[in-house]
Design a protein around this ligand. Structure first.
Ligand SMILES: NC(=O)c1ccc[n+]([C@@H]2O[C@H](COP(=O)([O-])OP(=O)(O)OC[C@H]3O[C@@H](n4cnc5c(N)ncnc54)[C@H](OP(=O)(O)O)[C@@H]3O)[C@@H](O)[C@H]2O)c1
Length: 337
């Protein structure tokens, strides 16, 4: 007899990794326009840790003021479609896909229902489920910054701070594809990896402060929110851009100030809040680049769903290399065909 239950992470309050509980909940049933996906891999990102904590507080406007609106976290996945609704036209049972759910979340589970017109794309055929999942968050975020906020082109000089993280490892590769000259900033143990991703130059932040070397850049992309615009603006050309995916009062203030004053600009964006059309367009580009062998992913560690607290503890330390992936291992009682 089939079980209709699955393992899923449930989170009823904001807080540390201890708020994440593994529970048995009902396997969702796809509506007529939905597909049921058996999740093969999902990722744990720095953004998930911030969402779990409900910080910055501004984010609660979207996530829920007192507690998370969506009980099961996780924003990206790879998996196999195992059931389709009666009106689904674009996908078939057996399709291997990658998908983003954004703030709707729900990916820390064994199964999920997704609308067929959601951000779902066939999995790159040259990648494992783990690799494909690991690629989604960093590459989508980096691509969104480049597409929406820069006109990055051949010959531009870009410095990527946090080049060993999820966004950073993708940003190095994408900036090279756009023809830029890339300087990556990371710590000693990640230097070889960042060169391996294509960086032209790598600066070890434990040994050198790039601001003091007098080199100038068209773009400084502080992927990990560790720099300040005021301390680094002398390293930007006159019309240079300072990009940050991390919202702070300083970034907000400098973004407003530079929007009216001076020729250098500061940009923050919450890329997960962009329209589904553009996010799907970018995910298709990412899949194509992966299949052409132009974009790869770095996987640091892999955990099982039952180890979700350990995975969050590790990621929240802020020193992962590339990406951390979760494999939902089916409990023996769950047999859903
Ligand atoms: N705005 C958006 O739409 C958006 C979307 C996604 C993520 N985010 C945010 O973007 C940030 C980065 O995300 P992520 O997933 O790329 O982070 P991540 O993968 O967790 O970043 C970890 C990396 O940061 C490096 N790092 C730590 N301190 C550093 C420093 N002082 N200088 C340079 N590198 C340093 C670490 O290298 P070492 O171990 O060598 O120090 C590690 O490799 C997070 O705050 C996340 O919440 C925003």
């Amino acid at each position: 007899m089939k079980s209709n239950k699955m393992n899923a992470v449930v989170c009823n309050s904001y807080g540390g990794p201890e708020v994440l509980e593994l529970n048995e909940i009902l396997i969702p049933i796809p509506k007529e326009n939905e597909v049921l996906v058996k999740i093969k891999a999902t990722s744990v990102t720095a953004a998930h840790c911030a969402m779990r904590e409900g910080k910055p507080y501004f984010g609660r406007l979207f996530l829920g003021m007192m507690r998370p609106k969506t009980k099961t976290p996780g924003t990206d996945l790879s998996g196999e479609i195992i059931k389709i609704g009666s009106k689904v036209k674009n996908f078939s049972i057996g399709d291997e896909i990658i998908a983003e759910t954004g703030i709707e979340s729900g990916c820390y589970a064994e199964y999920i229902c997704l609308p067929e017109d959601g951000i779902i794309v066939l999995k790159p055929n040259n990648m494992s489920f783990e690799q494909a999942t690991g690629m989604i968050d960093g590459a989508s975020t980096a691509m969104a910054f480049f597409m929406d906020h820069t006109d990055i082109k051949k010959g531009n000089k870009i410095l990527i701070n946090g080049a060993s993280g999820s966004i950073g490892t993708a940003a190095v590769q994408l900036a090279k594809l756009y023809g830029a000259e890339v300087t990556g900033v990371c710590s000693t143990s990640n230097i070889d990896m960042v060169y391996g991703l294509g960086a032209d130059k790598v600066i070890d932040y434990t040994q050198e402060n790039f601001v003091s070397n007098k080199d100038k850049y068209d773009i400084i992309f502080d992927t990990v929110g560790k720099l300040s615009y005021s301390q680094t603006k002398t390293s930007l050309y006159e019309k240079g851009l300072f990009l940050s995916p991390v919202l702070s009062l300083s970034v907000l203030f400098q973004m407003m100030k530079t929007s009216v004053l001076g020729s250098r600009k500061v940009k923050f964006a919450a890329t997960g809040l962009r329209g589904e059309n553009v996010r799907k367009r970018d995910l298709i580009s990412i899949k194509n680049l992966a299949e052409q062998g132009k974009l790869t992913t770095v996987i640091d560690r892999q955990y099982e769903l039952s180890q979700i607290k350990e995975a969050h503890e590790y990621v929240s330390k802020g020193h992962k290399k590339g990406n951390v992936v979760i494999i939902p291992v089916e409990s023996p009682s769950v047999i859903y065909k």
